[in-house]
Design a protein around this ligand. Structure first.
Ligand code: ADP
Ligand code: ADP
Length: 224
C-alpha cells in the first residue's frame, strides 16, 4: 500500500484562493518524489497538507501512522519535515538539536547517543556535536536540520525547497549527502522544488504541477 495517498484534494484558503484542485497523489514506500512546478502552483500547500500543518477543503488523505476512522494521530517517526530555513534551536547544541525529536519520543540521551553520532558523521558533521548553531555556516545548519529530521527514521520525509537559501556548491554537496542518507535509511521522500535540475538529480519520480489552478499536469519516471 502507498505510504501516503491524496485523493481528489481541494484546498481553498479563507481568502478564496484556490491553491489545489482535484489533486491525486500516491507515494509508495522508498520513493523519492519531487513535486515540481512554478511558484504559486500549490506545491507547499500540498506538502503542508501532507504534514498535517493545514487542513484540506475537500477530498481524502491517508498519512503514515494515522487512522482517521479510529482517530489515531501520527507520532514522531511517522512523518518528518524540513523547511527552507533550518529552524534550529539557537540555545541547544548540535547534539541536542538532533536529539530533540528522539527526546520527545521518550528516548534517553544514552540510548540516542550512538545514533546521533552516526547520523552527524553521515552528514559530514562529526566533531560538531558540541557546537552551537551560531557557530555554523548556512550549509552546516541545513545538514543539522536534515539530520534532525532523519534521526527518527521517519516513514515519510517532507522537504520544502530545503536548499533555496544555499549557494550552488553547498547545494550540490548537500544533495549528494541527502541521496546517501535516503539510500541508507530507506525512507520515503516528497521533495518540493521549482528546480528542474534538482528534481532530475534527486528523485526517481517527478510530479509536475501547473501554475493554475493547483493541479498535476504530468509525471516523469527518472529511474535508472
Ligand atoms: P508554491 O509552493 O507552489 O509556490 P503555494 O502552495 O505556496 O505554492 O501557494 C499556492 C497558492 O495559494 C498561491 O496562489 C498562494 O498565493 C496561495 N496561498 C498560499 N498560502 C496562502 C494562505 N495562507 N492564504 C491565502 N493564500 C495562500
Ligand atoms: P558547507 O558547505 O557545509 O556550508 P562551508 O563551505 O561553510 O560548509 O565550510 C566547509 C567546512 O569548513 C565545513 O564542513 C567545516 O568543516 C568547516 N567550517 C565551516 N564553518 C565553520 C565554523 N564556523 N567552525 C568550524 N568549522 C567550520
Amino acid at each position: 500500500p502507498p505510504v501516503m495517498r491524496m485523493q481528489n484534494l481541494d484546498k481553498v484558503y479563507p481568502n478564496g484562493t484556490v491553491a489545489l484542485k482535484n489533486l491525486f497523489l500516491d507515494v509508495h514506500p522508498g520513493e523519492f518524489v519531487s513535486l515540481l512546478g512554478p511558484s504559486g502552483c500549490g506545491k507547499s500547500t500540498a506538502l503542508k497538507i501532507a504534514a498535517g500543518l493545514t487542513g484540506h477543503s475537500a477530498g481524502r488523505i491517508q498519512r503514515p501512522g494515522e487512522d482517521e476512522v479510529r482517530g489515531i494521530r501520527a507520532k514522531p517517526g511517522d512523518i518528518a519535515f524540513v523547511f527552507q530555513e533550518p529552524n534550529l534551536m539557537p540555545w541547544l547544541s548540535v547534539f541536542d538539536n538532533v536529539f530533540l525529536p528522539l527526546k520527545l519520543a521518550g528516548t534517553s540521551r544514552a540510548e540516542a547517543r550512538p545514533r546521533i553520532e552516526e547520523i552527524l558523521a553521515t552528514v559530514g558533521l562529526a566533531g560538531f556535536a558540541g557546537s552551537y548553531p551560531r557557530e555554523l555556516s548556512g550549509g552546516m545548519k541545513m545538514r543539522v536540520s536534515i539530520a534532525r529530521a532523519l534521526v527518527t527514521k521517519p516513514r515519510l520525509l517532507l522537504m520544502d525547497e530545503p536548499f533555496a537559501a544555499l549557494d550552488e556548491i553547498t547545494r550540490n554537496k548537500i544533495s549528494q549527502d541527502l541521496l546517501s542518507l535516503w539510500q541508507a535509511t530507506g525512507s520515503t521522500v516528497i521533495f518540493v522544488t521549482h528546480s528542474v535540475f534538482e528534481s532530475v538529480f534527486l528523485s526517481n519520480r517527478i510530479v509536475v504541477m501547473a501554475a493554475r489552478p493547483g493541479r498535476i499536469i504530468g509525471e516523469i519516471g527518472v529511474d535508472a
